[in-house]
Design a protein around this ligand. Structure first.
Ligand code: APR
Length: 246
């Protein structure tokens, strides 16, 4: 796979690089992206109808079961070459910051040393009332498990539609975008705010924006470099060309 010398040279010399990842990075690990149709039992629902505080209020058991089903899928999934090449980049670039919209924890599983999780993590569970984190709960219950302190219903520690993102992670992400010399947008449709603004903010502050995605997105016309393809193929190839000994 060919890469423009301008990109290879810039990446080779870059001190500060950031990457924003979306569901497309986990697609080759067998996890559906958000805009893929759901499969099987859940095909009748749209994520937008399940991943909201209102849906949880209306039918906590349905929402809890959907996340339990996704948690089981995530546990079976293995990091793919895209995740691993981001671990490689963190080793090769002096200041590399990885920001993800994904809640599957596969970046951490791959060995990424620091992951800014904008939308939380499906493997974590907290009380929906007092917020207490829970590392274990009784999954066999017919009802949604409850907090062992206040008795509130437990919920996945993820950001639902309409909820605000964790402030410190969001600040860190925008600061990383502001300071980056190169900003990667990988495997994301770039339609959900505020994450979708990061690439434009990076560009406004002088970064080269590199998009790697299976299909064009609203960001594509503004990207300095845009590669249409699988993250698990394009990113490892770029890292290899850039950092392999000449
Ligand atoms: N390699 C690269 N890109 C891929 C691959 C792949 N193997 N497979 C799919 N894609 C692309 C799709 O073409 C799509 O543009 O990944 C993108 C995934 O987009 P979405 O499904 O919209 O996922 P994402 O952008 O992460 O969604 C952002 O929206 O649903 C909310 O909170 C949820 O974090 C999610 C956010």
């Amino acid at each position: 796979m060919e890469f423009p010398a301008a990109l290879v040279n810039a990446l080779r010399q870059a001190q500060r690089v950031s990457a924003l990842t979306g569901a497309g990075v986990s697609q080759e690990s067998g996890l559906r992206t958000f805009r893929d149709a759901q499969d099987g039992l859940w095909a009748q629902f749209r994520p937008e109808d399940l991943a909201t505080p209102q849906a949880f209020q209306r039918n906590p058991k349905l929402v809890w079961d959907w996340y339990a089903w996704r948690r089981a899928k995530v546990r079976e999934a293995k990091p793919n070459a895209a995740h691993l090449s981001l671990v490689e980049l963190a080793r090769l670039v002096p200041h590399f910051i990885l920001i993800t919209q994904n809640v599957d924890g596969l970046h951490q599983a791959a060995g990424s040393p620091r992951v800014i999780e904008l939308h939380g993590n499906i493997r974590r569970v907290r009380c929906s009332v007092c917020g207490k984190p829970h590392s274990e709960w009784d999954e066999s219950e017919a009802e949604v498990p409850r907090c062992n302190t206040c008795g509130g219903l437990l919920r996945p520690d993820v950001v639902w539609f309409g909820e605000s993102l964790p402030a410190s992670e969001l600040d860190t992400a925008f600061e990383a975008a502001r300071n980056s010399q190169i900003f990667f947008s990988i495997g994301t449709s770039g339609v959900v705010q505020p994450a979708a603004s990061l690439a434009y903010y990076a560009k406004q502050n002088g970064a080269l924006v590199v998009e790697i995605n299976a299909e064009p997105t609203p960001l594509t016309p503004s990207a300095d470099f845009s590669f249409q393809g699988k993250a698990g193929e394009v990113l490892p190839a770029l890292v290899k060309v850039t950092f392999s000994k000449q």
